[in-house]
Write a protein that binds this ligand. Structure first.
Ligand SMILES: *Cc1c(COP(=O)(O)O)cnc(C)c1O
Length: 380
């Protein structure tokens, strides 16, 4: 089945044996009647499993070319579940320009449990090898990275992970499976903040994991049930509905993103634009190889590189809303240094390019003329 069909039908056979409803019912229930102790129809308690969540989990597995999907109450809860595969003394290698929330979870919570994190630049995948030792258990990759739009070669990292028998997890939130399928490139675990493009309408907070290996699936299912950070049936329904239009939304996000990146790079008041579709992006060739297009996320810095100009631009925007988050149908603008990445110390942040004047755009699916007109009046 092709991707654009999987988004609609993947794992969705016979979701309502009772009445044949085309959309899966929202099973708003915590528990299920049993005919005799243990006599049930596959569901006992909604933390352990819920039919609406199960329909979503099958869809997630299908679109990421995995065999098992697991849905969580947020993207952070999904990452937390992966980290619970580890034990004190274990080591993790990850990128140095991580999503701020991932950085906070790694360094402020899991370091205290005795897990060591090496946060390194991975634009050249071979760097990773310098940090592998026999305590290394997990490599955690985000690509494109947030907000600097660095590209990491998933296939090359996966070769290193396999050589050393280390799990590779990829946060695929920015690319979505429309653009990039990490399991096909050798990743063991794909993670999503389904809050973003999968949900796609900024109306739900949710996380997801997809794997292809039964052993990992069993371990993660155990953690999902034992720790209990599950999502509810209503939210499962919303994300399942969102996924049905993922491919056509992404197509427009990519078209609008490309048009805005090209508009900004020619603008006399703009210093630098970060977007992997530019031929002079340092890892453009890898992006071209592992992604089907370049997405709708763009970061940029105005000339003069000062904080006040950046704030003035984001305050003047009218069609773009100044807000955290990304991946919805509506365009958003963010100021990473004070918003999404405020939990990363300034010196650490600036080393990776997250300067006070950086602006991040999540380009939506509105008419391109309105978006460019809005940027034009705000940049001046
Ligand atoms: C938003 C985001 C997360 C965290 O997901 P939540 O749903 O907000 O918990 C993780 N990684 C990336 C890349 C994100 O953008």
């Amino acid at each position: 089945m092709k991707f654009n069909t999987k988004t609609i039908h993947g794992g969705q056979h016979n979701t309502d044996p009772a009445y044949g409803s085309v959309m899966p019912p929202i099973y708003q229930t915590s528990t299920y009647a049993q005919s005799t102790p243990g006599g049930h129809k596959g569901f006992e308690y909604s933390r352990s499993g819920n039919p609406t969540r199960a329909a979503l989990e099958r869809s997630l597995a299908s679109i990421e070319n995995g065999t098992h999907g697991l849905a969580f109450g947020s993207g952070m809860a999904a990452i937390d579940a992966v980290l619970k595969l580890l034990k004190p003394g274990d080591e993790v290698i990850s990128t140095n320009d991580l999503y701020g929330g991932s950085y906070r979870l790694f360094t402020k919570i899991y370091e205290d449990f005795g897990i060591q994190f090496h946060l390194v630049g991975m634009e050249n995948a071979s760097t990773i090898e310098n940090f592998v030792n026999d305590r290394t258990k997990l490599i955690w990759v985000e690509t494109p990275t947030n907000p600097m739009m660095n590209i990491i070669d998933i296939k090359a990292v996966s070769a290193i992970a396999k050589k050393h028998h280390v799990w590779l997890a990829v946060d695929n939130t920015f690319a979505t499976p429309y653009l990039q399928r990490p399991i096909d490139l050798g990743a063991d675990i794909v993670m999503h903040s389904a809050t973003k493009y999968l949900g796609g309408h900024s109306d739900v907070v949710m996380g997801a994991l997809v794997v292809k290996d039964d052993f990992l699936a069993k371990k993660l299912y155990f953690i999902q049930n034992a720790s209990g950070a599950v999502c509810g049936p209503q939210d499962s329904f919303l994300v399942l509905r969102g996924i049905k239009t993922l491919h056509i939304r992404m197509q427009r996000h990519c078209e609008n993103g490309a048009a805005i990146a090209k508009y900004l790079v020619k603008h006399p008041k703009i210093e630098k634009v970060y977007w992997p579709g530019f031929e002079n992006h340092p890892n453009h060739l890898i992006a071209k190889e592992q992604m089907d297009n370049y997405g709708g996320m763009i970061s940029f810095v105005a000339k003069g590189n000062n904080y006040e100009d950046a704030v003035s631009i984001v305050e003047k925007l009218k069609v773009f809303t100044l807000a955290e988050s990304l991946g919805g149908v509506e365009s958003l603008a963010g100021h990473p240094a004070s918003m999404t990445h405020a939990s990363i110390p300034k010196v650490e942040r600036e080393k990776t390019g997250v300067v006070d004047s950086l602006i991040r755009l999540s380009v939506g699916i509105e008419h391109i003329d309105d978006l460019i007109e809005d940027l034009e009046q705000a940049i001046g």
